[in-house]
Design a protein around this ligand. Structure first.
Ligand code: FES
Length: 574
């Protein structure tokens, strides 16, 4: 590993020279109580913190920032905490996805414009993980990801509750008239019992696990519950390690490779992870100059078993996963299908990090000879409804729907869907295919998690709990059902979903990877000629920038001007 000296630190340009600007930096550091010995010649570690009063998943990250600082000080670094856009999944509208790239930009530019030699990234709630990593990869200075960690298991009347998954389940029961307001309120009070991220294998735990697989976190970090004292010590260790990484000059793009992304993609399937990972991994790879196509997901899905028996695809929750050995145990069990030579932030390989990690409960973490599912947890579909691809989490769908033809019920918008879905006059039955359009990256905008459309109330009352649903939206990683998502190109930009009419027959064939509407080409040509684009809703501001530069779901929804590794000049000294 190359070793830096103190004059080659980025921060030396701010603090070191005998000139007017550096005088200003040192005198203002002094005004904050710092003496020169605190920072002179030491790596400055930016702690990018997405804590806020409106992000429950990150409510402990103020304390964790202090734990990281303790580690940085102990290792001879100078910690500087920098707050960044919080992206609280449950509160932000229209969707945090609209702001993922804004946080990525903010992260990159905070690191560039301030004297950061290395960084520790504090996040965890869904979009914060890819956003922070995208920014750090683009800036390419030493970086460690400290995941917020999952919250404790939910509880209601002795029943274990899982974030998101059980909300959807019990909401369906409430709409079916099986749960009264008192029980619903008790569930509300019992489902989120501590700080931390959703504790199912939703998008948050999928992405924090993938950050670890890619080599950005200390081994086992992503599985530790947020309120466990092991989490505190993990943060401290991250603070110590980042200082070493600066001296070693170990940067994100030294770690990332085609092989490390293959490991991450395979891990999505071994974990039963969120469909959102498809979009985020494509975007992360794009920041490292690595091209990933949707086909790669499909190929790896076909040969990767599901080993984590976690909701929504399985039975248990993240707390159980941690006690069963966590991600290192799963990766060790799964080692024959991984490239173990990939480098990580420990300075060791992935294989060295997970060697010897044991499974303590073989029902929670399965082995290759006893998987939850042999393969195929996720499928990439193509056809005249999705020319550049669509995604279905087949492991979370009722198997009878994996090959299904039905009559389309088409909703032109989320509002229209909400207005019609429970109308007793809606001409729908259990075989119908529910379609939502104008819910994609530009159409919604922000591609919200509307993709598991609600089952019509009259069908819920008849005992129906799953139907084929198709949209250009995303689905929460905690969601489940026969939901075809991320249909690309989206309807708002004229993708074929825009041409579908109520009553058309739609054919879903997951084994054959097909998604088609049975409408002939002449008729489609007539509909295309009559189609008119909708107006965008943002005359100015971030929304306008977003609409001008957002890419489609199959391309990772990054902004076109943020991709790639073209070097950007360091800020001038003066
Ligand atoms: Fe933050 Fe689920 S709402 S992780």
């Amino acid at each position: 590993m190359p070793q830096k000296d103190s004059k080659s630190l980025r921060s030396y340009r701010w603090y070191g020279p005998d000139d007017l600007r550096s005088f200003g930096h040192r005198s203002r550091a002094a005004s904050m109580g710092c003496i020169q010995a605190d920072y002179a010649g030491k790596p400055v570690i930016a702690i990018i913190n997405t804590w806020s009063d409106i992000n429950p998943c990150h409510s402990h990250l103020r304390e964790r920032a202090n734990d990281v600082k303790r580690g940085v000080w102990q290792a001879g670094g100078f910690p500087v905490e920098m707050p960044a856009l919080t992206l609280g999944e449950t509160f932000q509208k229209p969707t945090t996805m609209m702001y993922r790239n804004l946080l990525a930009m903010e992260t990159e530019e905070l690191l560039r414009s301030y004297p950061a030699d290395g960084c520790v990234l504090l996040g965890g709630c869904d979009k914060t993980t890819p956003a922070l990593l995208m920014g750090a990869i683009s800036m390419n200075i030493p970086a460690i990801y400290v995941p917020a960690g999952p919250m404790l298991r939910g509880n209601w009347h002795g029943q274990i509750l899982g974030s998101g998954s059980d909300v959807t389940k019990y909401w369906s029961e409430r709409r079916a008239g099986n749960i009264d307001l008192q029980a619903w309120t008790q569930i509300e009070d019992g489902i989120a019992r501590s700080a931390g991220t959703c504790m199912t294998m939703g998008t948050a735990s999928t992405m924090t696990s993938l950050a670890e697989v890619l080599g950005f976190s200390l081994p086992g970090a992503s599985s530790i519950p947020a309120v466990d004292s092991n989490h505190v010590r993990m943060a401290d260790r991250a603070g110590r390690r980042i200082v070493e990484m600066v001296w070693e000059d170990l940067k994100p793009r030294d770690i990332l490779s085609d092989a490390s992304f293959n490991n991450a993609i395979a891990s999505v399937f071994a974990l039963g992870g969120s469909t959102n990972a498809v979009i985020h991994l494509v975007a992360l790879a794009g920041r490292a100059g690595i091209k990933i196509t949707l086909d790669r997901f499909d190929q790896l899905s076909r040969k990767t078993p599901l080993l984590a028996n976690l909701r929504p695809s399985g039975k248990y929750l993240m707390e159980d996963f941690y006690y069963a050995g966590g991600l290192p145990a799963l990766l060790n069990a799964f080692a024959p299908q991984l490239d173990l030579s990939c480098l990580t932030i420990t300075g060791k390989t992935l294989g060295e990090n997970v060697a010897g990690a044991e499974i303590y409960n073989t029902d929670v973490i399965r082995t290759l000879d006893n998987p939850v599912l042999e393969s195929g947890g996720l499928a990439i579909l193509h056809g005249n409804l999705a020319p550049t691809g669509a995604v279905i989490k087949s492991s979370a769908a009722e198997p009878r729907f994996l090959k299904h033809t039905g009559r389309a019920i088409v909703f032109d918008s989320y509002d229209e869907m909400n207005a019609r879905i429970d109308d007793p006059a809606l001409d729908v039955d259990a075989n119908s295919v529910l379609v939502l359009r104008n819910a994609g990256p530009k159409g919604a905008p922000g591609m919200p998690e509307w993709g598991n459309l609600p089952i019509p109330q009259k069908l819920l009352k008849a005992g129906i709990r799953d139907m084929v649903r198709i949209s250009d939206a995303r689905m929460s990683g905690t969601g489940y059902g026969a939901c075809v998502l991320h249909v690309s190109p989206e309807s708002f930009v004229g993708g074929p979903l825009a041409l579908l009419k109520e009553g058309d027959m739609v054919e879903l064939d997951v084994p054959e990877r097909r998604l088609n509407m049975r409408v002939n080409d002449d008729e489609l040509g007539r509909r295309r000629a009559a189609w008119r684009p909708k107006e965008g809703i943002y005359p100015r501001g971030y929304g306008k920038l977003y609409m001008q530069h957002i890419k489609q779901a199959d391309q990772g929804c990054d902004f076109d001007f943020l991709e790639g590794t073209a070097p950007i000049p360091e800020p001038e000294i003066h």
